[in-house]
Ligand binder design. Structure first.
Ligand code: ATP
Ligand code: MN
Length: 465
């Protein structure tokens, strides 16, 4: 067992105080007091709460005491005692203080007053030191761990799919190109096109928009796999729910049909919500109090209710009869917008909703085609406040149907030879979906902008840090 000389604040706050000698290291959140006593709130990121340090300034070097200001970093050794003040169970009576680093109060931007989210985005390198971002980052960690745990416990294998890809066939969004060609002097073919044969991979390449197609290759060998990695979309959508770089969880399962896929999606997200309620209680209580008074209630609703399942056609019917004024009008065949999705979830059913059987013309080529020739076995999971959190489908595993659809949609068959091989050799019904990790974190934390649930957001015209 790891046995360091200093102890985490989280551990100390749960330790019975017996005046034992302890050492803690962390950053000063606030300091108050007078000539005879200083109260220092120290935080080390292990938990949202601070530990209170009590020091008699007369026992310490004057210069040192002057430098103990918000943001400075300290080592404190002292005795852990029961706290007489309200608000904390224990405190440390300091006997030694070492200043690791000061933080000039005239320039350190994170002073005690609250800061706007917009301002904090401009100092994304420092915002992890705020209560809010500390909590977001701990929840991100807990959810990452829970994702791996869920799949591991259910017999799924973690498959690493490529970040750089030669296939741009998925059509999930605009792609970022990857090249080492000199952009100031591009080599040209005799026909005047860019000569990609001279590029690093001797072909055009992009950053992946999804690991799905490679995930299918894994599922048709290992049974059940999942990917969990960064994905990139150069879509110019400046919304609170889109990033240019985001993390996606993509399970892909052999022998699952659409109903199994829905069952997995529902069980999986409920597990994650329950995991957060059980393991992130302090941080969730903070979000509930500071950002969203209905957060805990909403998490409970998702964790304890059966999701409503209905077809796209039934949903369109409900929306058209709703009497609502829409910004984007609804009729059969158009893609649903966030306003429609949220109406279904928040107003009509007041529960999460899984929609299936979308018109084939608004969905990707690889979705299983229904008998009706009009719809495919796509499935979206819609959540309160978020709208779409999961998108998935049963995949078209019948070679002839798949090829037919690729031709209709101008998907290059030749380039996709490896994908089609899975349908040529031992094809099998299979399904999968993608969960946007940051959308999940938005839901779990009640934060309202996706830029505030990832450490360093990438959005149009922004790649600082
Ligand atoms: P949307 O309609 O919301 O743009 P999409 O239909 O393009 O989503 P999919 O291609 O199905 O999304 O991707 C699967 C999941 O990835 C989505 O359900 C969502 O949770 C997440 N996602 C998609 N695009 C983004 C993005 N730009 N930023 C963050 N998460 C995203
Ligand atoms: Mn999109």
């Amino acid at each position: 067992m790891l046995n360091l000389t200093h102890t985490k604040v989280k551990t100390l706050l749960a330790t019975a105080p017996k005046s034992q000698k302890v050492t803690v290291k962390g950053w000063v959140r606030t300091r108050r007091g007078n000539k005879n006593v200083a109260f220092i709130a120290l935080n080390d990121g292990s938990v949202i709460h601070n530990i209170q340090i009590v020091a008699d300034p007369n026992n310490f070097n004057e210069e040192l005491m002057k430098n103990i200001t918000t943001g400075s970093c300290l080592r404190v050794t002292g005795n852990l005692v029961e706290s007489l003040g309200s608000g904390q169970p224990v405190e440390i009576q300091a006997t030694e203080i070492e200043l690791y680093g000061s933080a000039d109060p005239n320039v350190y931007p994170l002073q005690k007053k609250g800061h706007s989210m917009e301002f904090l985005r401009e100092i994304a390198h420092l915002r992890p030191r705020t209560n809010t971002f500390g909590a977001v980052l701990r929840v991100r960690h807990a959810m990452s761990y829970a994702i791996h745990k869920y799949f591991n416990d259910n017999g799924f294998y973690y498959l690493h799919t490529p970040i750089i890809t030669g296939s741009d066939a998925e059509g999930a969004g605009e792609m970022f190109q990857v090249t080492t060609l000199n952009l100031h002097n591009l080599p040209k073919t005799p026909e005047g096109q860019i000569d990609f044969s001279l590029d690093f991979f001797a072909r055009p390449t992009n950053l992946t928009v999804s690991g799905q197609l490679e995930g299918e290759l894994g599922a048709l060998a290992l049974g059940e796999i999942y990917t969990f990695g960064p994905t990139f979309r150069a879509e110019n959508s400046n919304t609170p729910r889109h990033l240019a770089e985001f993390w996606m969880v993509e399970p892909e399962m052999a022998f699952y049909e659409i109903r199994d896929n829905m069952d997995l999606a529902e069980d999986f997200v409920k597990y994650l919500v329950r995991y957060a309620l059980d393991h992130c209680a302090d941080d969730l209580a903070f979000f509930n109090q500071m950002y969203d008074k209905e957060l805990l209630e909403r998490l409970q609703v998702v964790a304890t209710n059966d999701f409503v399942r209905l077809t796209y056609t039934e949903a369109v019917d409900i929306l058209m009869k709703s009497g609502q004024k829409w910004e984007f009008p609804v009729d059969w065949g158009t893609d649903l917008q966030a306003e429609h999705e949220r109406y279904l979830v928040e107003k009509h059913f007041v529960k999460p909703v899984i929609l299936t059987d979308y018109p084939k013309k608004i969905k990707a080529f690889y979705m299983y085609q229904n008998e009706d020739k009009k719809t495919v076995r796509g499935m979206d999971v819609l959540f309160p406040k978020i709208g779409e959190i999961i998108g998935g489908s049963q995949r078209e595993h019948r070679l002839d149907k798949l090829v037919e659809r690729m031709r209709e949609m101008n998907v290059p068959e030749k380039e996709m030879w490896w994908y089609l091989d899975t349908r040529r050799f031992g094809t099998a019904p299979h399904s999968g979906f993608g969960l946007g990790f940051e959308r999940l974190i938005l839901f779990i934390t009640g934060m309202s902008n996706i830029r505030d649930v990832i450490p360093f957001p990438r959005t149009p015209r922004n790649a600082e840090f």
